[in-house]
Design a protein around this ligand. Structure first.
Ligand SMILES: [Zn+2]
Length: 381
C-alpha cells in the first residue's frame, strides 16, 4: 500500500487518484482557495429565483436530512437565505437514541418534515444480503438516503433538492465528478454506494422472500417522472465552503447532541451518531481497503492544519479498524441480534471480505489478528 504524502489515504481507496504522490482529496481541498465563494452564493440565489414556489403553495426545495451535523447545517443555511424547505428523512437501518434526539432537535428549528421509515422486516433482510454479498451492511441505507428524497420530490412536485457535500470532492474521486454540482441518477449509480449490488438483483438474492413491490423505497424514480417534474439535485458544498468541523459547531449551537467520547472506530464525537450498524460498516471498509473512518476524519483535519500528519498517524493507528465490539455504547451481540445473526457467523463474513493482499496471514493462509483486528502487511509511514 502506498500513502498520500500529505494525508493518510492509501492507494487502495476506491476512486482515489494520485498525482505526484498526493491524493486528489488533498488537491481538491487546495483548489478551493481559488473559488470565488461570493459568486457561487449568487449563483445559488439565482437558481432559487428560478425554482422558488411563486404562489407560495408549495415548498421551495427538499432538503434530505438526518439530524446530523451536515443536514442541520444545510437547513440552517437555506432558512437563512429565506427559503421554505421540506425536510425529508429516510430512517437509518437501526436508529440510535442520540440519532432520535437529533431528529427531534432538527424539528424544533422550525421546518416542515417528513420522516419516512421503510418496512423494517425488509430492511433487516437487506442488511444481511448487503453484508453477505458485498460486505456492506449499510447498503439499503445508502440507497434509500438518495432515493427517498427524489421519490418525494416527484410526488410533491418539488423541483429542487439541496444535498450536502459532494463526497467525491471532499474525499477524492475521478476528475469529472469532483467539480460536479449536480446529483442525478448517473452520480448515484457511480458514487452513491451501490458497489455492484443493484435493487434489481435483490428479489433473486433473497430467494424470492422479498417481493418487487417491497423495494419501492430503494428504486430511483423513472427518467420520465423526473423530467415531467423537472427535479434537479444540487450539492450545497458547491456553493458554500464545506467544513465538517464548522458544521458540527453550528449544529451544536442549534442543539445537536454529540457523543461523550470519540465514536468507536472513528476519531471524533460529532458524526455518524444515528445508526448502531455504522461500526460494522466502517470495520468492513478497513477489512477491504486497510483504512477506516478515523482516517477520513483525521485527513480532513490534516488538510485544514488542525493536526499534523505525524500526530494524525498516531490517532489512526489507535482508532482505525477496531473490531466493532460495541458502537454508540450498544454491544455487538445486540446489534447482530437485531438482524438475526450471531457473532460466529459475523466473523466468518468478516474474514471472507478481508483483503489478504494487504493483511498478514500465517503459513496456512489464516489471517493474523490482535484483538480481532487484522494486521496490515506494511505499517503506514
Ligand atoms: Zn491526501
Amino acid at each position: 500500500m502506498l500513502y498520500c504524502e500529505e494525508c493518510l489515504y492509501p492507494n487502495t481507496k476506491p476512486d482515489l487518484i494520485f498525482q505526484n504522490g498526493i491524493c486528489n482529496a488533498c488537491i481538491n481541498f487546495k483548489n478551493r482557495k481559488y473559488i470565488d465563494w461570493n459568486k457561487r452564493k449568487d449563483e445559488l440565489i439565482n437558481i432559487f429565483k428560478k425554482y422558488k414556489s411563486e404562489d407560495n403553495n408549495n415548498w421551495d426545495c427538499i432538503i434530505p436530512v438526518s439530524g446530523g451535523k451536515d443536514s442541520t447545517f444545510q437547513v440552517y443555511k437555506i432558512l437563512k437565505l429565506g427559503y421554505n424547505p421540506l425536510c425529508v428523512i429516510s430512517s437509518t437501518c437501526h436508529l440510535s437514541d442520540i440519532g432520535r434526539y437529533n431528529i427531534e432537535n432538527l424539528k424544533k428549528i422550525g421546518v416542515d418534515m417528513i420522516e419516512f421509515t421503510a418496512n423494517k422486516k425488509i430492511r433487516k433482510k437487506l442488511n444481511t444480503i448487503g453484508l453477505e454479498t458485498v460486505g456492506d451492511i449499510s447498503w439499503p441505507e445508502h440507497i434509500s438516503i438518495f432515493t427517498i428524497p427524489v421519490i418525494f420530490a416527484v410526488k410533491f412536485n418539488i423541483k429542487l433538492i439541496i444535498w450536502g457535500e459532494n463526497s467525491q470532492n471532499e474525499y477524492g474521486g475521478p476528475a469529472s465528478s469532483v467539480d460536479n454540482n449536480i446529483l442525478d441518477r448517473n452520480w448515484l449509480e457511480n458514487f452513491g454506494g451501490l458497489i455492484g449490488l443493484r435493487e434489481s438483483d435483490i428479489v433473486m438474492l433473497s430467494d424470492n422472500s422479498i417481493k418487487e413491490n417491497e423495494l419501492i423505497p430503494y428504486r430511483y424514480p423513472s427518467d420520465d417522472d423526473i423530467k415531467r417534474v423537472g427535479v434537479t439535485g444540487l450539492f450545497l458544498g458547491y456553493y458554500f465552503f464545506w467544513n465538517g468541523i464548522g458544521n458540527a459547531i453550528i449544529s451544536q449551537s442549534l442543539g445537536m447532541k454529540t457523543y461523550e467520547s470519540f465514536v468507536e472506530g472513528s476519531s471524533c464525537n460529532y458524526e455518524n451518531l444515528d445508526n448502531y450498524q455504522t461500526g460494522i460498516h466502517d470495520y468492513f471498509k478497513y477489512l477491504k481497503f486497510g483504512f477506516g473512518r478515523a482516517s477520513d476524519i483525521v485527513n480532513n483535519q490534516i488538510r485544514r492544519n488542525i493536526i499534523s500528519r505525524e500526530d494524525g498517524l498516531e490517532i489512526v493507528k489507535n482508532h482505525d479498524g477496531k473490531f466493532p465490539s460495541h458502537y454508540l455504547d450498544k454491544n455487538l451481540k445486540e446489534i447482530l441480534d437485531y438482524i438475526d445473526m450471531n457473532e460466529e457467523e459475523f466473523i466468518k463474513i468478516c474474514d471472507s471480505f478481508t483483503n489478504k493482499q494487504i493483511f498478514k496471514t500465517d503459513d496456512n493462509g489464516e489471517l493474523l489478528k490482535i484483538n480481532n483486528k487484522p494486521i496490515l502487511l506494511n505499517e503506514i509511514i
